[in-house]
Design a protein around this ligand. Structure first.
Ligand code: BEZ
Length: 188
């Protein structure tokens, strides 16, 4: 391979790395109750189906929970199943949609949703480059060595008319306490 070709590949890698994993202090302030949800395009099932967070959750009550990674034990055995099992109860309480966000690609999120029987209950949204996570200030760099890149702290929120009404973030980023369906939805 020529030197030019190698240089081009190195530049492409640097550009893509910057796009996907850059974190600036300007956007990395933690979200709080009362904030408007950031406007970010997520992907549902495939890269052609964008879901803009500001538009999709602009009216009514919605639940969004974030996980460190698709198919990881805590997320597969406890976190996501809790929301799929509680979906009917949540719907009966006026929740318009329940959404799972992870820094994974859309194909992985689709496969995980199928594996978990989430269809029609929990929407599987890929925050592929971590832009939503980063704008919420919920980056989880601690799992980089295990999962390969910066992921999302485990959290759950209630969004009402586009604003964060309730926000529960796991204190250690990965625990399974306040972000579970039973905790978040107590008192809904
Ligand atoms: C989990 O089981 O949920 C998990 C595993 C590794 C890193 C982060 C989370």
């Amino acid at each position: 391979m020529s030197v030019t070709c190698l240089r081009v590949r190195a530049v492409c890698r640097a550009v893509n790395y910057g796009r996907c994993f850059s974190r600036t202090s300007a956007v990395n302030t933690s979200a709080k109750v009362g904030d408007s949800l950031p406007s970010v395009d997520l992907f549902e099932n495939d890269p052609g189906t964008k879901v803009n967070t500001a538009e999709a959750f602009a009216s009514g009550k919605h639940i969004i929970f974030g996980v460190p990674g698709a198919f990881t034990p805590g997320c597969s055995k406890t976190h996501l199943p809790g929301y799929t099992e509680d979906f009917s109860k949540l719907e009966a309480k006026g929740v318009k949609s329940v959404n799972c966000v992870s820094v994974n690609d859309p194909f992985v999120m689709q496969a995980w949703g199928e594996n978990q029987g989430a269809a029609g209950k929990v929407r599987m949204l890929a925050d592929t480059c971590g832009a939503f996570t980063s704008q919420l200030g919920l980056d989880l760099p601690a799992v980089k060595d295990v999962l390969g890149n910066v992921r999302c702290k485990r959290f759950a929120m209630v969004v009402n008319d586009g604003k964060i009404e309730k926000l529960n973030v796991e204190p250690d980023g990965t625990g399974l306490t306040c972000s579970l369906s039973t905790s978040l939805c107590d008192g809904l």
